[in-house]
Design a protein around this ligand. Structure first.
Ligand SMILES: Nc1nc2c(ncn2[C@@H]2O[C@H](COP(=O)(O)OP(=O)(O)OP(=O)(O)O)[C@@H](O)[C@H]2O)c(=O)[nH]1
Ligand SMILES: [Mg+2]
Length: 493
């Protein structure tokens, strides 16, 4: 209000207005405090009073405090690094599970990166582990690449069978018999496991055979190549044939992750085994969906990726073998179909769900793991006179055999066969191989082959059913329960 005779109006407020403003400010501050409390912002941290100058041992106390601070900082940094690495691993895992195309590419990458390609074959079904596309790709690549077969897991096959397979396969490529060590657990300490060491060899799995022969072969080949760079040896093959175990056995330490689960190796990994030789471990070759269901059950990652039920895979496998041998191997009574087999197997092993119901899914996973893992002994008959595949000619065979010290290889194989403890024929299941398994090496194959594959697969399933069943039926075993009404006699003759 402007008073007369004065230039400026007074700034004085009326008391009511002043009190009103003060009240508003109080309310506002209270609101801020309340919000801060809600967010968890605590009270102001008390200032460190420090060490008074008059305190005795002031220097020591300060030094101790400084050390504690440094230690805490170190701990924080370490934790941050661990978190960062975990995050990175998680991202890589997610990326690997998403990408399907590069998986097919990786086999080609390994071939391109190698001077020598080792195709690892499971001795229980060597023909089934061969991938014609991969072999052809090696032969087509420039640079005089060599292909070598390694017959792994020979300890799970009768001796005569291994010998026959070596004779059969060496008509095409040089073959080396191998038994990888399945008990290398140490990532740092190199502990060569010697076969004659009775203490270590008690469990059979620890010993490794064929590694010295392979080392000698590769070193002598590396010496012949006259290049300064080390010899690159690509290890390829279908999942679970023992590629990583072979690398570990050659190195003597756990250099690559290996295990019963299929598809453990997700990327290429280089491992120096000698000064001039390095091995390249690789993920398993992707099996084409056009393969017969039995080959897919053993070689593909369909079950792991959830594209096929384990029960269906077991059903397919059981059809390929003799029922009596399965009964003897698993020590279970007669069964009429795969579901009954799995129920008996689950009860025998104690795989039970709530209420004592047999967990057939778990039983099926264990059964499948037996067939590709390190335990079950089964074998396929080697063909008497096998003709060369279309991509091989006598000249190519001679070229592939040249450069290797074949007498040394023969002697090495004989020594390996003398050392390994083989199962006898009677305790090994005889299995009917479905022949070489087609693999996907090109990204284009995946998109091109899928529709055709589906049709072929259906056809194959149908022919299987005609062969093994009196009436073709379509049973979804995954959904079947114990009281599902279907003809039990249709599965087995
Ligand atoms: N009994 C026996 N088991 C073996 C032998 N070699 C490998 N295994 C087992 O076979 C399983 C598969 O071995 P891996 O070395 O992981 O096979 P991989 O080919 O690298 O498999 P992916 O990385 O999934 O492609 C493991 O359980 C090994 O213990 C062998 O010579 N004898
Ligand atoms: Mg591996």
């Amino acid at each position: 209000m402007k008073r007369p005779k004065l230039k400026k109006a007074s700034k004085r407020l009326s008391c009511a207005k002043r009190y009103k403003i003060q009240k508003k400010v109080r309310e506002h501050n209270r609101k801020l405090r309340k919000e801060a409390k809600k967010k968890g912002v605590g009270k102001r941290v008390k200032k460190d009073p420090g060490v008074p100058s008059s305190a005795p041992f002031k220097e020591e106390v300060l030094r101790e405090a400084e050390q504690r601070r440094l230690q805490e900082e170190k701990q924080r940094k370490r934790q941050a690094k661990i978190d960062e690495r975990a995050q990175k691993r998680k991202k890589e895992k997610e990326a690997a599970s998403k990408e399907t195309e590069p998986k097919a590419k990786k086999a080609r990458q390994v071939i391109d990166a190698s001077d020598v390609v080792i195709e690892v074959l499971d001795a229980r079904d060597p023909q089934g582990c061969r991938c014609p596309q991969l072999e052809e790709a090696v032969l087509q690549r420039s640079g005089n690449k060599k292909l070598l077969f390694v017959l792994n897991k020979i300890d799970l096959v009768p001796k005569e069978n291994v010998e026959r397979w070596i004779q059969c396969l060496q008509k095409e490529f040089p073959v080396l018999a191998f038994k990888a060590s399945t008990q290398i657990q140490d990532k740092t300490v190199k502990r060569r496991i010697v076969a004659s060491n009775e203490v270590l060899d008690r469990s059979r799995g620890a010993a490794c055979f064929g590694n010295s022969c392979l080392t000698e072969l590769l070193t002598s080949y590396a010496a012949k190549t006259e290049t300064e760079a080390s010899l690159r040896v690509g290890i390829v093959g279908f999942p679970n044939v023992g590629k990583s175990s072979l690398v570990n056995s050659m190195k003597g330490i756990l250099a690559c992750n290996a295990g019963v689960k299929r598809g453990i190796t997700k990327s290429m990994q280089e491992v120096h085994i000698l000064k001039n030789v390095k091995l390249i471990d690789s993920p398993g070759v992707v099996a084409s969906p056009s393969n017969p269901p039995a080959s897919m059950a053993l070689r593909s990652l369909q079950v792991e990726e959830g594209q096929e039920s384990v029960l269906e895979a077991v059903r397919t496998l059981l059809k390929q073998c003799d029922k009596t041998q399965i009964m003897l191997q698993y020590n279970i009574p007669d069964f009429r179909n795969s579901l009954e087999f799995l129920t008996l197997f689950a009860k025998k092993r104690g795989y039970l769900q709530k209420g004592g119901v047999a967990n057939t899914e778990q039983a099926a996973s264990v059964f499948l793991a037996d067939w590709t893992g390190a335990k079950l002994s089964y074998h396929c008959k080697a063909p008497e006179n096998n003709s060369l595949p279309s991509y091989l000619s006598d000249a190519v065979v001679a070229e592939m055999q040249s450069g290797w010290d074949l007498t040394k290889l023969k002697m090495g194989n004989e020594e390996t066969l003398r050392g390994v403890k083989f199962p006898n024929q009677a305790s090994s299941i005889s299995f009917v191989s479905k022949g070489p398994t087609a693999g996907l090496l090109n990204v284009n194959d995946i998109t091109e082959e899928k529709p055709v594959a589906k049709a072929t697969e259906r056809e194959t399933v149908q022919t299987d059913e005609v062969q093994f069943q009196s009436v073709p039926i379509d049973i979804n075993l995954a959904a079947a329960t114990s009281d599902d009404a279907y003809d039990f006699n249709t599965d087995f003759k």
